[in-house]
Design a protein around this ligand. Structure first.
Ligand code: UT7
Length: 315
């Protein structure tokens, strides 16, 4: 039997915490202002957890995707959750999601950490698992509560990030071609969060170095995906980049000689939600009716690791 090697995104969902934190709110606790954050990043607000957890957000996003897909959870053959900071060291967020959603027990459920590239890593891992599964669908989630590990005295990093979760139900397909591009450039200087329980446990970042990594890595990943798919940038309907900084997305658009209208942007509303950002963006685009069958989409994430993860997807 030939295994299908394309991938269809059957449905997407997202969930963000209720609490909204504006740039003005941050300017009351750290030496910053709305004008600087808006012009240097494009971010206007972000959502921070209060009662919510990484798992509760993941479950919210997954429920939305499952409801939209109309599938039976019995047909889910893998649950992969991408996250930087799982709620527990163990069990994984994926096992909590499995329990709460009543997913089958004879399927793999586990977390991965590829930082802000996590959703794209997760999708490709889940695709591989489906090739060995007797079940039809996989659940991929990116979920983050980065507000818990932000140094709220460091204006260079705390203004960037937000909490949230994005989810997708995927299946293997003959009709929807899929190409992936995953990579890493091991580095523990540029973007680090130590695993300590008390002091020194916050995200620390050399912002300009991450910026430079992103504006060279994302266009290169896009070009490799175009080549693999045998299409040009003009053939792509939407580019969905990790939502870190509007200036990064503008630079990518310029390097790819594509109009900004083809780049979905929601970082003004959510900030950088790390592994959740691409999933949240796809879910919002779907809700707005922007995604039509047959559309060609390229998604690219980048972040700590350093990692990058891209995919060419046919909707
Ligand atoms: O998922 C991946 C995660 N990370 C990223 O994607 C980060 C990528 N990098 C960036 O987005 C940008 O580098 C930042 C937004 C983090 C910083 O922007 P920048 O244009 O690279 O600013 P900078 O670090 O060069 O700082 C310029 C000035 C400095 O002041 P002086 O030394 O020129 O007086 C900073 O102290 O801006 C100051 N500054 C701020 N001022 C007000 C830095 N952060 C702030 C702030 N509010 N929040």
């Amino acid at each position: 039997m030939l295994v299908k090697d394309g991938l269809k995104i059957v449905a997407v969902g997202h969930c963000v915490p209720k609490k909204i934190v504006t740039n003005d709110d941050l300017s009351k606790i750290v030496d910053t202002n709305d004008e600087w954050i808006t012009t240097r990043t494009g971010i206007k607000k972000r959502h921070f957890v209060e009662d919510e957890t990484g798992c509760s957000l993941a479950i919210g996003a997954a429920r939305m995707a499952i409801e939209k897909s109309g599938i039976n959870v019995e047909d889910i053959g893998a649950c992969v959750v991408a996250t930087v900071k799982a709620d527990y060291l163990t069990p994984s967020n994926a096992c909590i999601v499995q329990k709460e959603l009543g997913l089958p027990q004879d399927i793999p459920c586990f977390d991965i950490n590829a930082a802000c590239s996590g959703f794209m890593y997760g999708m490709q891992i889940a695709r591989g698992l489906l090739m060995q599964s007797s079940r039809r669908y996989a659940l991929v989630i990116g979920t983050e509560t980065l507000s818990k590990i932000l140094d709220m005295t460091d204006r260079g990093s705390c203004i960037l990030f937000g909490d949230g979760s994005g989810a997708a139900i995927i299946e293997l397909s003959d009709e929807h071609r899929f190409f992936g591009d995953l990579g890493a450039k091991g580095d523990n200087e540029v973007l680090v969060c130590p695993n300590n329980s008390h002091e020194d446990r916050y995200v620390a970042m050399k912002g300009q170095d991450v910026f430079k990594f992103a504006v060279s890595t994302v266009p290169a990943s896009i070009n490799r995906l175009l080549e693999k798919a045998g299409v040009t940038a003009d053939d792509i309907d939407y580019f969905v980049c990790h939502q870190a900084n509007i200036r990064i997305i503008e630079s990518v658009a310029k390097k790819c000689k594509q109009p900004m209208e083809k780049f979905y942007v929601n970082l003004d509303e959510y900030g950088n939600t790390s592994s959740a950002s691409v999933g949240i963006a796809l879910s919002e685009m779907d809700e707005k009716g922007l995604l039509k069958p047959g559309m060609k989409i390229i998604c690219v994430g980048f972040g700590a690791g350093l990692t990058w993860g891209g995919a060419y997807i046919e909707w």
